[in-house]
Design a binder for this molecule. Structure first.
Ligand code: PRP
Length: 209
């Protein structure tokens, strides 16, 4: 079963609280998303494998450690996941970025795919899927299904706020995937919105409501 890591760092909790407030502006919400992505990304990348390499400092040759292999792919679930990309790229500038476009049908609450473009070598990369919200879990499960169909094996999922229902669904569907979250909320309401949550993350990032 994949592990669930809840980040209780005070800076993350403070920024998530600001993002939850309904009066927070689009500009502030976007900036906070970037900041939280950086703080979370710092921890979520803790398990990246290293390899020993020999380098030469101005003083002498020495052995040291660098990231191993083909590096990282960040995969935002469109569109709200885009809000996490800049923060992650600030940490890992050489990461490649794949996009999975899904929206949740307002009637059925099921994810509908409309776009998928991934790095060609995604199967060799450490993949970090990002999306601010894990509600029913349908979108995360579908996105990770696509990645596995294209050879992805080493996948983690990072989100801001998760409902217990979504965590359970994701863990059952993809028990190999670790889940990194900033806050575990109470439940879903009848519209499948996270309670207390922060509303619709896409609308809050892009001012579409
Ligand atoms: C939201 C959110 C997730 C999804 C979570 O996206 O960003 O992708 O819902 O819900 P789930 O766990 O029940 O699948 P939305 O469908 O609102 O699309 P958007 O990002 O384009 O706004």
């Amino acid at each position: 079963m994949g592990k669930v890591y809840v980040f209780d760092h005070p800076l993350i909790q403070h920024k998530v609280s600001l993002m939850r407030m309904k009066e927070t502006s689009v500009k502030d919400f976007r900036e906070l998303a970037k900041e939280v992505a950086m703080l979370m990304g710092f921890e979520a990348t803790r398990q990246l494998p290293l390899e020993e390499v020999e380098i030469e400092t101005p003083i002498c040759k020495t052995k040291t450690y660098m990231l191993k292999g083909e590096d990282v792919a960040i995969v935002p679930i469109l569109r709200a996941g885009l809000g996490f990309v800049d923060g992650m790229l600030a940490l890992i500038p050489n990461a490649k970025v794949g996009h999975v476009g899904l929206y949740r049908d307002p009637e059925t609450h099921k994810p509908v795919e409309y776009y998928c473009k991934l790095p060609v070598d995604v199967d060799k990369r450490q993949i970090i899927v990002v999306d601010p919200m894990l509600a029913t879990g349908g979108s995360a499960v579908a996105a990770i299904d696509f990645l596995k169909q294209r050879g992805g094996t080493n996948i983690t999922f990072m989100c801001l706020i998760a409902a217990p229902e979504g965590i359970e669904v994701l863990q059952k569907a993809h028990p190999d995937v670790d889940i990194f979250i900033a806050a575990k909320d109470d439940c879903l309401n009848e519209d499948a919105f996270i309670v207390p949550g922060l509303g619709d993350a896409g609308d809050r990032l892009y001012g579409t409501r």
